[in-house]
Design a protein around this ligand. Structure first.
Ligand code: FAD
Ligand code: NAP
Length: 288
Protein backbone atom coordinates (compact mmCIF):
# COMPACT_ATOMS: atom_id res chain seq x y z
CA UNK A 1 0.00 0.00 0.00
CA UNK A 2 2.67 2.46 0.97
CA UNK A 3 4.97 1.18 -1.71
CA UNK A 4 7.10 3.91 -3.21
CA UNK A 5 6.57 3.95 -6.94
CA UNK A 6 8.06 6.25 -9.58
CA UNK A 7 5.97 9.17 -10.80
CA UNK A 8 4.45 8.81 -14.25
CA UNK A 9 4.41 11.95 -16.35
CA UNK A 10 0.71 12.81 -16.66
CA UNK A 11 1.08 14.89 -19.81
CA UNK A 12 2.96 12.36 -21.87
CA UNK A 13 2.11 9.14 -20.05
CA UNK A 14 5.82 8.33 -20.36
CA UNK A 15 8.07 6.96 -17.67
CA UNK A 16 10.26 9.60 -16.02
CA UNK A 17 13.79 9.89 -17.39
CA UNK A 18 15.48 9.88 -14.03
CA UNK A 19 14.43 9.38 -10.47
CA UNK A 20 11.78 11.89 -9.45
CA UNK A 21 10.39 11.92 -5.93
CA UNK A 22 8.36 8.78 -5.43
CA UNK A 23 4.57 8.91 -5.28
CA UNK A 24 3.36 7.98 -1.81
CA UNK A 25 0.24 5.77 -1.49
CA UNK A 26 0.26 5.23 -5.26
CA UNK A 27 -2.58 3.40 -6.99
CA UNK A 28 -2.79 2.60 -10.70
CA UNK A 29 -5.56 3.94 -12.93
CA UNK A 30 -7.35 1.06 -14.68
CA UNK A 31 -10.19 2.84 -16.55
CA UNK A 32 -11.25 6.39 -17.46
CA UNK A 33 -14.61 7.50 -18.94
CA UNK A 34 -15.49 11.03 -19.97
CA UNK A 35 -19.22 11.80 -19.63
CA UNK A 36 -19.31 15.49 -20.60
CA UNK A 37 -16.78 18.28 -21.00
CA UNK A 38 -17.13 18.82 -17.21
CA UNK A 39 -17.49 15.29 -15.85
CA UNK A 40 -15.48 12.07 -15.90
CA UNK A 41 -15.20 8.88 -13.88
CA UNK A 42 -12.24 6.60 -13.32
CA UNK A 43 -11.22 3.42 -11.57
CA UNK A 44 -8.01 2.67 -9.70
CA UNK A 45 -6.53 -0.37 -8.01
CA UNK A 46 -7.55 -0.83 -4.37
CA UNK A 47 -4.96 -1.00 -1.59
CA UNK A 48 -5.10 -4.56 -0.25
CA UNK A 49 -5.62 -3.46 3.35
CA UNK A 50 -8.12 -0.65 2.69
CA UNK A 51 -11.52 -1.22 4.29
CA UNK A 52 -14.26 1.40 3.97
CA UNK A 53 -18.00 1.74 4.46
CA UNK A 54 -20.05 2.43 1.32
CA UNK A 55 -20.71 6.20 1.18
CA UNK A 56 -17.38 7.31 2.68
CA UNK A 57 -14.75 9.55 1.10
CA UNK A 58 -10.95 9.55 0.90
CA UNK A 59 -8.27 12.04 -0.08
CA UNK A 60 -6.85 11.51 -3.56
CA UNK A 61 -4.53 13.52 -5.76
CA UNK A 62 -1.31 13.99 -7.67
CA UNK A 63 2.12 15.40 -6.86
CA UNK A 64 2.43 19.16 -7.18
CA UNK A 65 5.07 20.64 -9.43
CA UNK A 66 8.38 21.19 -7.58
CA UNK A 67 8.59 24.37 -5.51
CA UNK A 68 10.73 26.74 -7.63
CA UNK A 69 12.71 27.85 -4.55
CA UNK A 70 13.26 24.62 -2.66
CA UNK A 71 12.72 22.04 -5.41
CA UNK A 72 10.53 20.10 -2.99
CA UNK A 73 7.38 18.41 -4.24
CA UNK A 74 4.27 18.02 -2.14
CA UNK A 75 1.12 16.03 -2.80
CA UNK A 76 -1.95 17.96 -3.99
CA UNK A 77 -4.91 16.21 -2.41
CA UNK A 78 -8.69 16.68 -2.50
CA UNK A 79 -11.61 14.90 -0.83
CA UNK A 80 -13.41 12.42 -3.11
CA UNK A 81 -16.40 10.21 -2.39
CA UNK A 82 -15.73 6.59 -3.25
CA UNK A 83 -18.31 5.79 -5.96
CA UNK A 84 -17.77 2.02 -5.83
CA UNK A 85 -19.26 -0.24 -3.14
CA UNK A 86 -17.23 -1.49 -0.18
CA UNK A 87 -16.99 -5.03 -1.58
CA UNK A 88 -15.55 -4.08 -4.99
CA UNK A 89 -11.98 -5.05 -5.90
CA UNK A 90 -11.33 -1.71 -7.58
CA UNK A 91 -12.14 1.84 -6.49
CA UNK A 92 -14.24 4.14 -8.64
CA UNK A 93 -14.46 7.94 -8.52
CA UNK A 94 -16.78 10.39 -10.29
CA UNK A 95 -15.21 13.78 -10.88
CA UNK A 96 -15.83 17.33 -11.97
CA UNK A 97 -13.36 19.05 -14.32
CA UNK A 98 -12.80 22.57 -12.98
CA UNK A 99 -11.05 24.58 -15.69
CA UNK A 100 -8.59 26.33 -13.36
CA UNK A 101 -8.89 23.81 -10.55
CA UNK A 102 -5.45 22.98 -9.14
CA UNK A 103 -6.20 19.24 -9.10
CA UNK A 104 -8.86 18.56 -11.71
CA UNK A 105 -7.26 20.66 -14.47
CA UNK A 106 -4.58 17.90 -14.39
CA UNK A 107 -6.52 14.91 -13.08
CA UNK A 108 -8.89 15.05 -16.08
CA UNK A 109 -5.98 13.93 -18.30
CA UNK A 110 -5.17 10.67 -16.48
CA UNK A 111 -4.98 7.52 -18.57
CA UNK A 112 -5.01 3.82 -17.68
CA UNK A 113 -1.56 2.90 -16.36
CA UNK A 114 -0.99 6.30 -14.69
CA UNK A 115 -0.71 6.57 -10.94
CA UNK A 116 -2.60 8.72 -8.49
CA UNK A 117 -2.19 9.19 -4.74
CA UNK A 118 -4.89 7.62 -2.57
CA UNK A 119 -4.64 8.17 1.17
CA UNK A 120 -6.16 5.05 2.75
CA UNK A 121 -8.12 6.82 5.51
CA UNK A 122 -11.82 6.68 4.63
CA UNK A 123 -14.23 8.91 6.58
CA UNK A 124 -17.68 10.44 6.15
CA UNK A 125 -21.23 10.83 7.40
CA UNK A 126 -23.15 9.24 4.51
CA UNK A 127 -23.09 5.78 6.05
CA UNK A 128 -25.86 3.43 7.16
CA UNK A 129 -24.46 3.41 10.70
CA UNK A 130 -25.49 7.06 11.13
CA UNK A 131 -29.18 6.32 10.53
CA UNK A 132 -31.83 4.69 12.73
CA UNK A 133 -33.76 1.77 11.20
CA UNK A 134 -36.52 2.82 8.76
CA UNK A 135 -38.66 1.59 5.85
CA UNK A 136 -37.63 3.90 3.04
CA UNK A 137 -34.28 5.55 2.31
CA UNK A 138 -33.93 8.70 0.22
CA UNK A 139 -30.70 9.72 -1.52
CA UNK A 140 -30.70 13.41 -2.58
CA UNK A 141 -27.90 14.56 -4.93
CA UNK A 142 -26.90 17.47 -7.13
CA UNK A 143 -24.06 17.22 -9.68
CA UNK A 144 -21.16 15.02 -8.54
CA UNK A 145 -22.98 14.58 -5.22
CA UNK A 146 -24.29 11.43 -6.91
CA UNK A 147 -20.91 9.73 -6.23
CA UNK A 148 -21.53 8.39 -2.69
CA UNK A 149 -24.91 7.10 -3.84
CA UNK A 150 -23.28 5.25 -6.75
CA UNK A 151 -21.58 3.33 -3.94
CA UNK A 152 -24.64 2.94 -1.70
CA UNK A 153 -26.87 1.86 -4.62
CA UNK A 154 -24.53 -1.14 -5.02
CA UNK A 155 -24.28 -1.85 -1.31
CA UNK A 156 -26.24 -4.94 -0.12
CA UNK A 157 -27.09 -3.31 3.24
CA UNK A 158 -29.15 -0.64 1.46
CA UNK A 159 -31.60 -3.34 0.33
CA UNK A 160 -31.39 -5.41 3.52
CA UNK A 161 -32.29 -2.39 5.67
CA UNK A 162 -34.99 -0.77 3.50
CA UNK A 163 -38.11 -1.75 1.52
CA UNK A 164 -37.77 1.23 -0.81
CA UNK A 165 -34.82 3.29 -2.13
CA UNK A 166 -35.56 6.70 -3.68
CA UNK A 167 -32.74 8.50 -5.50
CA UNK A 168 -33.20 12.08 -6.73
CA UNK A 169 -30.53 13.77 -8.85
CA UNK A 170 -30.73 17.41 -9.91
CA UNK A 171 -28.28 18.75 -12.51
CA UNK A 172 -28.09 21.75 -14.77
CA UNK A 173 -28.09 19.77 -18.03
CA UNK A 174 -29.40 16.40 -19.25
CA UNK A 175 -25.87 15.19 -20.08
CA UNK A 176 -24.88 15.60 -16.44
CA UNK A 177 -27.45 12.94 -15.50
CA UNK A 178 -25.97 10.26 -17.77
CA UNK A 179 -23.47 8.69 -15.35
CA UNK A 180 -26.18 8.20 -12.74
CA UNK A 181 -28.82 7.00 -15.17
CA UNK A 182 -26.54 4.46 -16.82
CA UNK A 183 -25.38 3.17 -13.45
CA UNK A 184 -28.97 2.67 -12.25
CA UNK A 185 -30.02 1.03 -15.55
CA UNK A 186 -27.02 -1.31 -15.40
CA UNK A 187 -28.11 -2.71 -12.02
CA UNK A 188 -30.91 -4.77 -13.64
CA UNK A 189 -28.55 -6.79 -15.81
CA UNK A 190 -25.66 -7.06 -13.39
CA UNK A 191 -25.49 -10.79 -12.69
CA UNK A 192 -22.94 -10.38 -9.90
CA UNK A 193 -24.98 -7.72 -8.07
CA UNK A 194 -28.20 -9.72 -8.45
CA UNK A 195 -26.37 -12.67 -6.95
CA UNK A 196 -24.57 -10.74 -4.18
CA UNK A 197 -27.48 -8.47 -3.19
CA UNK A 198 -30.44 -10.68 -4.16
CA UNK A 199 -32.30 -11.33 -7.44
CA UNK A 200 -34.41 -8.30 -8.47
CA UNK A 201 -33.01 -6.03 -5.72
CA UNK A 202 -33.18 -3.12 -8.17
CA UNK A 203 -37.00 -3.19 -8.15
CA UNK A 204 -36.83 -1.34 -4.81
CA UNK A 205 -35.31 1.70 -6.54
CA UNK A 206 -37.34 4.78 -7.55
CA UNK A 207 -35.22 7.15 -9.64
CA UNK A 208 -36.16 10.84 -9.97
CA UNK A 209 -33.75 12.81 -12.20
CA UNK A 210 -34.40 16.50 -12.90
CA UNK A 211 -32.65 19.29 -14.81
CA UNK A 212 -32.76 23.02 -14.21
CA UNK A 213 -31.14 24.68 -17.23
CA UNK A 214 -31.84 22.35 -20.12
CA UNK A 215 -35.02 20.69 -21.36
CA UNK A 216 -35.55 17.14 -20.05
CA UNK A 217 -38.59 14.99 -19.15
CA UNK A 218 -38.61 16.50 -15.64
CA UNK A 219 -37.47 20.03 -14.98
CA UNK A 220 -36.97 21.89 -11.71
CA UNK A 221 -35.01 21.83 -8.47
CA UNK A 222 -35.97 18.85 -6.30
CA UNK A 223 -36.50 21.20 -3.34
CA UNK A 224 -39.20 23.14 -5.25
CA UNK A 225 -40.76 19.92 -6.54
CA UNK A 226 -41.00 18.62 -2.97
CA UNK A 227 -42.51 21.83 -1.64
CA UNK A 228 -45.18 21.84 -4.36
CA UNK A 229 -45.90 18.15 -3.70
CA UNK A 230 -45.19 17.29 -7.36
CA UNK A 231 -42.24 15.01 -6.58
CA UNK A 232 -44.21 12.93 -4.05
CA UNK A 233 -47.23 12.63 -6.37
CA UNK A 234 -45.05 11.49 -9.27
CA UNK A 235 -43.04 9.08 -7.15
CA UNK A 236 -46.19 7.70 -5.56
CA UNK A 237 -44.81 8.09 -2.03
CA UNK A 238 -45.92 10.21 0.91
CA UNK A 239 -43.78 13.15 2.09
CA UNK A 240 -40.97 12.15 4.45
CA UNK A 241 -41.83 11.41 8.07
CA UNK A 242 -39.66 10.40 11.04
CA UNK A 243 -41.35 7.00 11.53
CA UNK A 244 -40.62 5.52 8.11
CA UNK A 245 -38.16 7.72 6.19
CA UNK A 246 -34.39 8.07 6.35
CA UNK A 247 -32.35 10.33 4.07
CA UNK A 248 -28.85 11.16 2.90
CA UNK A 249 -28.02 14.50 1.23
CA UNK A 250 -24.99 15.28 -0.94
CA UNK A 251 -24.88 18.45 -3.02
CA UNK A 252 -23.76 22.05 -3.10
CA UNK A 253 -23.95 24.01 0.15
CA UNK A 254 -27.16 25.93 -0.66
CA UNK A 255 -28.92 22.69 -1.62
CA UNK A 256 -27.76 20.92 1.54
CA UNK A 257 -28.93 23.79 3.75
CA UNK A 258 -32.28 24.11 2.00
CA UNK A 259 -33.02 20.39 2.35
CA UNK A 260 -31.84 20.33 5.98
CA UNK A 261 -34.23 23.19 6.77
CA UNK A 262 -37.09 21.40 4.96
CA UNK A 263 -36.38 18.16 6.83
CA UNK A 264 -36.14 19.72 10.27
CA UNK A 265 -38.87 22.31 10.01
CA UNK A 266 -41.42 20.71 7.68
CA UNK A 267 -40.99 16.94 8.00
CA UNK A 268 -39.78 16.77 11.61
CA UNK A 269 -36.60 14.77 10.90
CA UNK A 270 -33.48 14.94 13.08
CA UNK A 271 -29.92 15.05 11.77
CA UNK A 272 -27.76 12.05 12.68
CA UNK A 273 -24.07 11.29 12.92
CA UNK A 274 -21.84 8.25 13.30
CA UNK A 275 -21.85 8.85 17.07
CA UNK A 276 -25.61 9.50 17.29
CA UNK A 277 -27.75 7.85 14.60
CA UNK A 278 -30.97 9.69 13.67
CA UNK A 279 -33.15 10.33 10.58
CA UNK A 280 -30.91 12.04 8.03
CA UNK A 281 -27.26 12.85 7.27
CA UNK A 282 -25.61 15.52 5.10
CA UNK A 283 -22.28 15.90 3.30
CA UNK A 284 -20.96 18.59 0.99
CA UNK A 285 -20.24 17.53 -2.60
CA UNK A 286 -17.56 20.25 -2.71
CA UNK A 287 -16.34 23.23 -0.72
CA UNK A 288 -17.54 26.66 -1.88
C1 FAD B 1 -16.42 15.57 1.44
C2 FAD B 1 -16.14 15.94 0.01
C3 FAD B 1 -16.30 14.98 -0.98
C4 FAD B 1 -16.05 15.31 -2.32
N1 FAD B 1 -16.25 14.38 -3.30
C5 FAD B 1 -16.08 14.71 -4.59
C6 FAD B 1 -16.36 13.78 -5.64
O1 FAD B 1 -16.72 12.63 -5.40
N2 FAD B 1 -16.18 14.21 -6.92
C7 FAD B 1 -15.76 15.47 -7.21
O2 FAD B 1 -15.65 15.79 -8.40
N3 FAD B 1 -15.48 16.36 -6.26
C8 FAD B 1 -15.61 16.01 -4.95
N4 FAD B 1 -15.31 16.93 -3.97
C9 FAD B 1 -14.67 18.19 -4.39
C10 FAD B 1 -13.16 17.95 -4.52
O3 FAD B 1 -12.61 17.81 -3.23
C11 FAD B 1 -12.44 19.10 -5.27
O4 FAD B 1 -12.89 20.33 -4.86
C12 FAD B 1 -12.59 18.96 -6.77
O5 FAD B 1 -11.95 17.77 -7.19
C13 FAD B 1 -11.95 20.13 -7.53
O6 FAD B 1 -10.59 20.20 -7.18
P1 FAD B 1 -9.67 21.33 -7.82
O7 FAD B 1 -8.37 21.34 -7.07
O8 FAD B 1 -9.61 21.13 -9.30
O9 FAD B 1 -10.47 22.68 -7.54
P2 FAD B 1 -10.82 23.32 -6.13
O10 FAD B 1 -9.89 24.46 -5.86
O11 FAD B 1 -10.93 22.27 -5.10
O12 FAD B 1 -12.27 23.89 -6.44
C14 FAD B 1 -12.46 25.08 -7.22
C15 FAD B 1 -13.96 25.41 -7.29
O13 FAD B 1 -14.60 24.48 -8.17
C16 FAD B 1 -15.92 24.18 -7.72
N5 FAD B 1 -16.02 22.73 -7.47
C17 FAD B 1 -15.12 21.94 -6.83
N6 FAD B 1 -15.54 20.65 -6.81
C18 FAD B 1 -16.73 20.64 -7.44
C19 FAD B 1 -17.67 19.62 -7.74
N7 FAD B 1 -17.46 18.33 -7.39
N8 FAD B 1 -18.80 19.95 -8.39
C20 FAD B 1 -19.01 21.23 -8.75
N9 FAD B 1 -18.17 22.25 -8.51
C21 FAD B 1 -17.04 21.96 -7.87
C22 FAD B 1 -16.12 24.99 -6.43
O14 FAD B 1 -16.80 26.19 -6.77
C23 FAD B 1 -14.71 25.26 -5.95
O15 FAD B 1 -14.62 26.41 -5.17
C24 FAD B 1 -15.58 16.61 -2.64
C25 FAD B 1 -15.39 17.58 -1.62
C26 FAD B 1 -15.68 17.26 -0.33
C27 FAD B 1 -15.49 18.30 0.74
N1 NAP C 1 -22.43 22.59 -14.70
C1 NAP C 1 -22.18 23.60 -15.53
O1 NAP C 1 -22.57 23.57 -16.69
C2 NAP C 1 -21.42 24.83 -15.05
C3 NAP C 1 -21.24 25.89 -15.92
C4 NAP C 1 -20.52 27.00 -15.49
C5 NAP C 1 -20.00 27.06 -14.21
N2 NAP C 1 -20.19 26.02 -13.38
C6 NAP C 1 -19.63 26.12 -12.03
O2 NAP C 1 -19.31 24.85 -11.49
C7 NAP C 1 -19.74 24.77 -10.14
C8 NAP C 1 -20.68 23.64 -9.95
O3 NAP C 1 -21.61 23.51 -10.96
P1 NAP C 1 -22.66 22.30 -10.94
O4 NAP C 1 -23.64 22.51 -12.02
O5 NAP C 1 -21.97 21.02 -10.87
O6 NAP C 1 -23.30 22.51 -9.51
P2 NAP C 1 -24.35 23.52 -8.95
O7 NAP C 1 -24.15 24.90 -9.46
O8 NAP C 1 -24.25 23.30 -7.52
O9 NAP C 1 -25.76 23.01 -9.51
C9 NAP C 1 -26.16 21.64 -9.55
C10 NAP C 1 -27.67 21.57 -9.56
O10 NAP C 1 -28.13 21.91 -8.25
C11 NAP C 1 -29.18 22.85 -8.35
N3 NAP C 1 -29.23 23.65 -7.14
C12 NAP C 1 -28.38 24.64 -6.79
N4 NAP C 1 -28.75 25.15 -5.60
C13 NAP C 1 -29.85 24.50 -5.21
C14 NAP C 1 -30.72 24.57 -4.09
N5 NAP C 1 -30.52 25.46 -3.12
N6 NAP C 1 -31.76 23.73 -4.01
C15 NAP C 1 -31.98 22.84 -4.99
N7 NAP C 1 -31.21 22.72 -6.08
C16 NAP C 1 -30.16 23.52 -6.19
C17 NAP C 1 -28.83 23.65 -9.58
O11 NAP C 1 -30.00 24.29 -10.02
P3 NAP C 1 -29.95 25.77 -10.71
O12 NAP C 1 -29.50 25.56 -12.11
O13 NAP C 1 -31.38 26.23 -10.58
O14 NAP C 1 -29.00 26.61 -9.91
C18 NAP C 1 -28.32 22.57 -10.51
O15 NAP C 1 -29.37 21.93 -11.18
C19 NAP C 1 -20.37 26.08 -9.77
O16 NAP C 1 -19.44 26.78 -8.98
C20 NAP C 1 -20.66 26.72 -11.07
O17 NAP C 1 -20.51 28.12 -10.99
C21 NAP C 1 -20.89 24.91 -13.77
Amino acid sequence: MNEMTPVTDIATNAAPEKAKPALPDAQTVTEVKHWTDKLFSFKVTRPASLRFRSGEFVMIGLMNDPDPKTGKVKPLLRAYSIASPSWDEEMEFYSIKVEDGPLTSRLQHIQPGDEIILRPKPVGTLVHDALLPGKRIWFFATGTGFAPFASLLREPQTYEDYDEVVITHTCRTAGELTYGRELIESLKDDALLNEVIGEGFWKKIKYYPTTTREESPKMGRITDLMRSGEAFAELGVAPLNPESDRAMICGNLAFNLELKDLFENTYGLEEGANSKPAHFVVEKAFLD
